[in-house]
Design a protein around this ligand. Structure first.
Ligand SMILES: [Zn+2]
Length: 114
């Protein structure tokens, strides 16, 4: 989970937490070094996360946010990471951890703002 925290916006964490708490995450292919999951909802999103053999973290999701933000984790990835950690009896990060670890929001281009 920590490596995900370092690559996302704080708001996204809470969206992901909500998804995890609503039991919309179906973990499958759980491995020692990662897992894959399906997020149920209006659309189903498939997520993959874990570590490579040399210990480099990776994550992937099929949603538009992830695609557009390049390497920032989306709420689906956050939800999957939370459920994966819970599966391994690792507690959710607390608010302070979220606050101090999250990437500060990456400013969108000014002209897109209302
Ligand atoms: Zn996603």
């Amino acid at each position: 989970m920590r490596f995900v925290l370092e690559n996302m916006e704080k708001d996204v964490y809470y969206l992901g937490l909500q998804i995890a708490n609503e039991n919309k995450v179906v973990l499958n292919r759980i491995r020692n070094n990662g897992c894959a999951a399906i997020i149920k909802g209006g659309n189903n999103y498939s997520v993959d996360l874990g570590f490579t053999r040399i210990g480099v973290p990776y994550f992937d999701c099929i949603c538009r946010y992830y695609y557009e933000q390049q390497h920032l984790a989306c709420k689906h990835i956050v939800a999957t990471a939370l459920m994966y950690d819970r599966h391994r009896n690792i507690p959710d990060p607390d608010d302070n951890m979220v606050k101090s670890s999250c990437t500060t929001t990456i400013a969108p281009p000014q002209e897109k703002r209302p």
